[in-house]
Ligand binder design. Sequence first.
Ligand code: GTP
Ligand code: MG
Length: 225
Amino acid sequence: MPSSNPKNTEFINKFNFDDKQLENGRMLFSQPCDFILSATKINQVPETEIAEVAFAGRSNVGKSTLINALTGRKTLARTSNTPGRTRQINFFDLAGRLMLVDLPGYGYARAPKKEIAEWTALIEDYLRGRRQLYRVCLLIDARHGPKETDHQAMALLDQSAVPYQLILTKCDKLKIGNLQLRLGDLNDELSQHAAAHPHVIATSSRNKNGISELQAEIALLAVTN
Ligand code: GTP
Ligand code: MG
């Protein structure tokens, strides 16, 4: 489907980022970003103190693509048309100022049951037990809205008191009216979640909409240098 409105995210994202914050975001993400390691077991995660921002969400929602869009790289995180691409927790060091963490997707039913159980447990262990996890970007496909598995993820994050923010992905696939309806529903829902950030950010990695705003938001969490 072609993009119906390339700027359809503006009405959502224009709230409170000033030029200075946008510039800080741009500067942070123009710095080198390096793959550190992939963890398939929780005892393999890096023993660092640096603040982390993790990207969580259903399989195929666009987590790895969003990390590439943020860092301006095409192949830093591996992406795929096929759900279930990312099966490990991948750590990327952004200039020693922040760790970006690409999580496996949840809600992918076609993998072997044992594998699904293993990677779900891995995600949950990571989300529950990571002291330096400053923010989870919880990605929701703008076309579909939150599904049962997303509600479960939100409940886990609320219980674990991990701050999280909803990020709409693939907004290039929606007309502005539908995006407005989606946002209205999400705002109603957010008020019931203790650990949720009050602002939703709408993105399209394809059109690069909302990417500067998300860079600015994440830059607020980075170590200053
Ligand atoms: P898993 O690793 O399997 O959990 O998936 P993921 O969430 O990392 O998704 P990934 O980044 O691999 O993207 C899945 C598919 O969605 C790919 O075909 C991407 O090209 C596509 N995609 C990602 N972001 C966008 C977007 O903003 N717009 C459109 N139209 N497609 C997108
Ligand atoms: Mg992925």
